[in-house]
Design a protein around this ligand. Structure first.
Ligand code: PLP
Length: 463
């Protein structure tokens, strides 16, 4: 029986011929199609020889249909839109900051032709790739020098390697963070070729702990922003000015990994205060590193600012070539930074991250009412849709405990289907909509939604 079925499996050529009949102009190359058809037939052969073939249809039409579906899907693979109604403004899994129109246009411009990325047209010779962003970064942070790499993990890696390879790095036990996605500070310190010298205890570290740990092998004092957790209770940490003092006494640079690193004081927008890069530079940090796509609201990038002697060493390090940012990143970053030169209100209007974070609760509420109405109509009478109060969070390790009051659309099924069913159905829709499940409800946070209709995927959810 198995063998009969195997024999009646269509041939590669017959399936390819069938495919050729049905496909439009936008076809894939024939070698791509044959590879996919072969793969499909191999799969079927395995199923059939496993004896489970009785129930599957292996007629030419049916196999060709499946092949056509796969070929079409393969030709269309790409990043797909996921509407962020999760309540996490900077969602790492969705690509963090949504870029400003200015940044999008700058990227598109850079993508579509040659640009003076690393070429000085005035002098007719090779230029410095980070020069333009450096000027802006220095202006915005008060630092003497700056350079840019692919992300902040890379910024930390190259900084440690350039300033402390083969030597000791002092770091408080209370700051040995894991950021997620396998970024653990102790591992990064090791990979950068440095020796980690832990100081103090998990909950308390004192100035004396640093002073006692300094040896002729010490190269830097490192401070990490505790992005995604807080130590509460009987705690004590050495603040930056004091650490800078200890650094100066011992001629050691102080490096701070700020993680999010805000360029402006978020509290002027009614948000919880996050360390501001300019304030850390002013307090004496020799190098500060932070991400481009967290609170800054730009593209994925790692930004290094600080004293020129140290930035120069980082720039000349061979890892810089390995970690350098490309023209798309640099043009988007530059355009984002230029928005910070504008008045507060203009920045807030044009920078999506800041707009979402500082959004007025009335505005979110109005959007929620409109969204709930649209959704209620689309889902029909079996679903109960209403607006409720809720909370959003910043995300990407900024102020992990902070909650921003928000308005949410809550969806429940009147009988039977639980919230996780609805959660999955919204993810399967086109475009996918990411909400969250809380207790028995499926929730859509409207803080990060631009138009109410964005939470209503077209044609989905069997009622
Ligand atoms: C987010 C974060 C990083 C990693 O930054 P990426 O830009 O994601 O590479 C490193 N350190 C801290 C403290 C962070 O919060």
């Amino acid at each position: 029986m198995g063998n009969d079925a195997l024999r009646s499996l269509p041939s590669v050529d017959s399936v390819l011929n069938e495919l050729a009949v049905s496909e439009g102009e936008d076809c894939l190359a024939s070698q791509v199609k044959s590879a996919m058809v072969r793969e499909l037939l191999d799969e079927l052969r395995k199923v059939l020889s496993g004896g489970a073939g009785a129930s599957i249809d292996i007629s030419l039409t049916s196999v060709a249909e499946e092949a056509a579906r796969r070929v079409k899907a393969f030709g269309e693979l790409g990043l797909e839109r996921v509407v962020n109604a999760s309540g996490t403004v900077l969602h790492t899994n969705l690509g963090r900051a949504v870029l400003s129109q200015e940044a999008i246009e700058a990227m598109s411009f850079a993508a579509s032709g040659g640009v003076d990325l690393e070429f000085d047209t005035a002098l007719g010779q090779r230029g410095e790739r980070d020069a333009r962003t450096e000027e802006l970064l220095c202006h915005l942070t008060g630092a003497e020098a700056a350079c840019v790499v692919g992300n902040n993990a890379g910024a930390v890696l190259i900084t440690l390697n350039a300033l402390a390879e083969g030597k000791e790095v002092l770091i408080s036990r209370g700051e040995l963070v894991e950021i997620g996605g396998s970024f653990r500070l102790p591992d990064v310190i090791e990979k950068s070729g440095c020796v980690m010298r832990e100081v103090g205890t998990t909950n308390r570290t004192h100035p004396k702990d640093y002073r006692d740990a300094v040896t002729p092998d010490t190269a830097i004092i490192f401070k990490a922003h505790k992005s995604n957790y807080e130590v509460v209770g009987f705690t004590s940490e050495v603040d930056l000015p004091e650490l800078v003092g200890i650094g100066r006494e011992n001629a050691l640079p102080v490096v701070e990994d700020l993680g999010s690193g805000a360029l402006i004081d978020m509290s002027t927008y009614g948000l919880p205060k996050e360390p501001v890069v300019a304030e850390r530079i002013k307090a004496g940090a020799d190098i500060v590193t932070f991400s481009g796509d967290k609170l800054l609201g730009g593209p994925q990038a790692g930004i290094i600012v600080g004293r020129k002697v140290f930035v120069d060493r980082i720039r000349k390090n061979p890892l810089k070539r390995a970690l350098r940012a490309g023209k798309l990143t640099l043009s988007a970053l530059e355009a984002t930074l230029r928005l910070y030169l504008k008045p507060n209100e203009v920045l807030r209007e044009r920078l999506p991250t800041l707009r979402y974070l500082s959004r007025d609760i009335e505005e979110i509420g109005a959007l929620a009412i409109e969204g709930a109405e649209l959704l209620s109509r689309a889902l029909g009478k079996d679903y109960k849709v209403k607006v409720i109060d809720g909370e959003s969070q910043i995300g990407s390790g900024s102020q992990p405990m902070a909650r921003l009051k928000s308005k949410l659309v809550s969806v429940t099924h009147k009988e039977g289907r639980d919230a996780s069913f609805i959660f999955k159905a919204f993810l399967k829709a086109k475009p996918a909509v990411l909400g969250r499940v809380k207790d028995d409800s499926f929730l859509l946070d409207m803080r990060t939604i631009d138009k109410a209709s964005d939470i209503v995927p077209s044609g989905f959810l069997g009622k």
